[in-house]
Design a protein around this ligand. Structure first.
Ligand code: NAP
Length: 500
């Protein structure tokens, strides 16, 4: 007897999707453990100024739970948080959730044939006191952009002004009239910088690697269109299909088939360069903002107000490397010190040191998932399961992300769960485990497909992309179209798993 049927770690869209599938399958004894103090994952944690999604919301949502009332084509952060809350309420998921509790480790108990999960409250009563809970099945939905990365710059701890990481934004910090520095120019910084520039007296952006930015075709969705989406849901499904096909086309041609269709990838780079030329006046600033790596090596982004920010007289783009941070400012390697009041770290997330997996997971015979991925290579059958780890589904696995909208990945994974658990029930079995053969064949297929992608064929060495591991392998994205991932999830033979 276990404490729960299933323990899910993470109450973001991935964890909630898994819970919805399990509920459809008849599992009701679920425990969803969430480190933060509320649900929503990324959309709960992030609340920096300018936060929005850069995938159109008709697509960035569950297909079975459309929201006809998105206010903008690209929803703002708070709307996505409200959508997450709506899903949790509608599918009655809140009663399964515990908040402010961190998963510290999980171990497969071979004798008892169940998972033993150690959790610790991070706040409130019982803070720091670990509890052990058991479950027949373990699912991790911990996200991959979830462990904020602090820059390893000398003196960063000595700064005496205000320091904020974008993933730990403090809404009470006064930015008005302050001298502000932003370190980082990833997708987060691109959204944040135009907003901060409106409030700072001086803003210095420290850029190490420029990002490709294309125009953002955003607009308010008129009320009559919202009403149409509500009254005739097929219209919103049609908008989703068209947008999904466009995203798919971009992903497939510009990223996955770079070898065959480099001209399309170059076309995207030309579009971004034209955008830059139109929007930034100073040629030297334009040069600094122009990436020297192929489009798609690292995640590009969309914005209409990022580039023009650099025309403002109180905004400086600094590309001389940072030497150190002092108690009062930032010193670059040419010896220049920029005095600041507020230091904003838009330095992203640590995927390859403190994630994959997000906590220690020990399978059969003491096999450590994180160590084995790092010593024997990253692999996961269909991006969800690993031999040696029975009754375990890892939703944030190598080769799990297909398509540009995370919801494409989530829904394929939900279908995987539904086929797998239905078969488990039909066989009257209590455990499943993917076979080593199926896992090895899937990996071989992924490596073969990776050969055509921009990650291997493009000029990516200067991109510093988190798509690559510390060893330089591009294992994050599934190098197939999401249409192909959807076909695969319907077609994988159930014999790829052993049931007992
Ligand atoms: P990121 O893409 O990893 O960017 C981090 C930035 O910090 C990079 O410019 C990086 O420079 C810089 N940096 C890190 N350490 C540094 C150091 N020691 N010194 C100088 N610079 C340093 O992180 P992010 O911008 O938070 O975005 C992460 C992901 O979140 C995005 O790619 C996207 O998937 C997601 N996101 C999505 C949306 C959306 O609208 N859907 C919005 C925001 C974010 P280097 O490039 O040189 O390493």
């Amino acid at each position: 007897m276990t404490d729960h049927d299933v323990i899910i770690i993470g109450a973001g869209f991935g964890g909630m999707g898994a819970a919805i599938s399990l509920r459809r399958l008849g599992y009701d004894d679920l425990l969803i453990v969430e480190r933060e103090d509320d649900l929503g994952g990324t959309w709960h944690v992030n609340h920096y100024p300018g936060l929005a999604v850069d995938i159109a919301s008709v697509t960035y949502s569950y297909s079975f739970e459309p929201n006809p009332h998105w206010k903008n084509w690209f929803a703002r952060g708070p709307e996505l948080k409200r959508y997450a809350e709506h899903v949790a309420d509608k599918y009655d998921l809140r009663r399964h959730m515990v908040f402010g509790v961190s998963a510290e480790g999980a171990r497969w108990d071979e004798d008892e044939q169940h998972w033993v999960v150690t959790t610790t409250p991070v706040s409130g009563p019982g803070q720091g006191v670990s509890t052990v809970r058991t479950a027949r099945f373990l699912m991790t939905a911990t996200g991959f952009l979830s462990q904020p990365k602090l820059p390893d710059i000398e003196g960063v701890d000595d700064f005496t002004g205000t320091v904020i990481h974008t993933a730990k934004w403090d809404d009470t910090v006064d930015l008005d009239g302050k001298r502000i520095a932003v370190i980082g120019t990833g997708a987060t910084a691109v959204q944040l910088i135009p907003q901060i520039a409106k409030r700072a007296s001086e803003l210095t952006v420290f850029q190490r690697t420029p990002i490709w930015v294309t125009p953002k075709n955003d607009f308010r969705i008129p009320r009559p269109v919202q009403s149409l989406f509500a009254r005739a849901p097929w219209t919103q499904r049609a908008a989703r299909a068209v947008n999904g096909a466009w995203l798919e086309g971009m992903m497939v041609t510009a990223v996955l088939h770079y070898k065959q269709a480099k001209f399309l990838n170059n076309g995207a780079a030309a579009l971004a360069k034209a955008h830059l030329r139109r929007q930034v006046n100073d040629p030297e600033t334009r040069r600094k903002l122009t990436p020297d790596y192929s489009f798609g090596c690292k995640r590009p982004t969309f914005s209409n107000d990022y580039y023009p920010t650099f025309n403002k007289p109180h905004v400086t783009l600094e590309t001389t490397p940072i030497a150190k941070i002092t108690p009062t400012g930032i010193v670059t390697t040419d010896g220049t010190e920029t005095p600041i009041d507020v230091l904003v770290l838009a330095t992203g997330f640590n995927l390859w040191d403190t994630n994959f997996p997000a906590f220690e997971i020990i399978g059969r015979s003491g096999l450590d998932l994180g160590k084995s991925w790092r010593t024997s290579g990253y692999h996961a059958f269909e991006g969800v399961s690993v031999p040696g780890f029975p009754n375990f589904i890892s939703l944030n696995s190598p080769y799990s992300y297909s398509g540009l909208s995370y919801f494409m990945t989530i829904e394929v994974q939900m279908r995987h769960l539904e086929r797998l658990f239905s078969e488990l029930g039909d066989q009257g079995a209590t455990t499943f485990e993917v076979t080593a053969k199926a896992d090895a064949e899937f990996l071989e297929h992924m490596l073969e497909r990776m050969g055509d992608t921009v990650f291997l064929q493009g000029s990516c060495s200067t991109a510093r992309s988190y798509y690559y591991t510390n060893e330089g392998d591009a294992v994050l994205l599934r190098p197939t179209s999401s249409a192909s991932a959807r076909r695969a999830v319907e077609a994988f033979p159930l014999e790829d798993y052993t049931f007992a």
